[in-house]
Design a protein around this ligand. Sequence first.
Ligand code: DNO
Length: 355
Amino acid sequence: MEMTLRWYGSKFDTVTLKQIRQIPGVTGVITTLYDTQPGEVWSRERIAALKEEVAASGLHISGIESVNIHDAIKTGSPERDMYIDNYIETLENLGKEDIHLVCYNFMPVFDWTRTELARVRPDGSTVLAYTQEAVDALDPENMFESIAGDTNGTIMPGWEPERMAKIKELFDMYKDIDDEKLFENLKYFLERIMPVCNKYDINMAIHPDDPAWSVFGLPRIIINKANILRMMAMVDDPHNGVTFCSGSYGTNLENDLPDMIRSLKGRIHFAHVRNLKFNSPTDFEEAAHLSTDGTFDMYEIMKALYDIGFEGPVRPDHGRMIWDEVAMPGYGLYDRALGATYLNGLWEAIVKGAR
Ligand code: DNO
């Protein structure tokens, strides 16, 4: 296991590589070319420059999150082959620069969804939160407006202004797409990219849909054990793998997280580990990473990763906003640093306990 932190690049992130380098036990970053659009080819030069910048800080790139998938691929429209060709070119360029992990998602229209970006917790920290009641009361096409005031001036992943500007068009593209069609389109995409993944040893790690159910009537498929195992079987190649995100699968309390991890042995290439606190099954908020602050047993999650011999990168996920930090909601420095340290502590105890 390698402990990492997500970093959006010096132009977009409020957290610096120098700060990340000083979190004990963090050796790598998970990063991206944040200003590229889905469907665009990532040039080898830009990837090399990013790599160099990270290396100069004493860290390295442990993986990319995300290379986003164009909606033509998700909907299977006639231009999908052109966009898959572009995706393959990006993978080739990443491979040539010795990058072997790519996180992506297959969520229609919206990436992860929250209804509040700054809910105040009893300790005065603020966190991302979700209630189904709020989603049901919202007009999806105005979803972004409802949270835009709380982004602290940052651009949030999946909620880029260019994307939100064409939201109506996006909804139209998905009107004939159901779960089965989405599965089919995912299979088509994976079958086309597997040869390049095999050539450059690139692990593809699909991120679950968050929350793990359909929102706004859109199909969502990466939501539970049965579906993710179906996906693993439908393109049965070790490079077709998973980002195990406890906070996303965990939105559905019926998902048994340690059991899911064990069932995905060999196919988890990346893990996002965080806790949630449920106030009711349809109202949750993002707690501190510590087990006692939320609903999940974080020891059992780390233990399951250890038991399956997981060797990939882990990152603490959305942190609370604490100590008056002003940053991208979920992606400040302080609480994620506490999370990394806590998860490293659990890991050390598990490793030593197993001796
Ligand atoms: C949110 C993230 C997601 C994730 C993408 C992966 O904070 O976990 O935006 O990066 O879904 O493609």
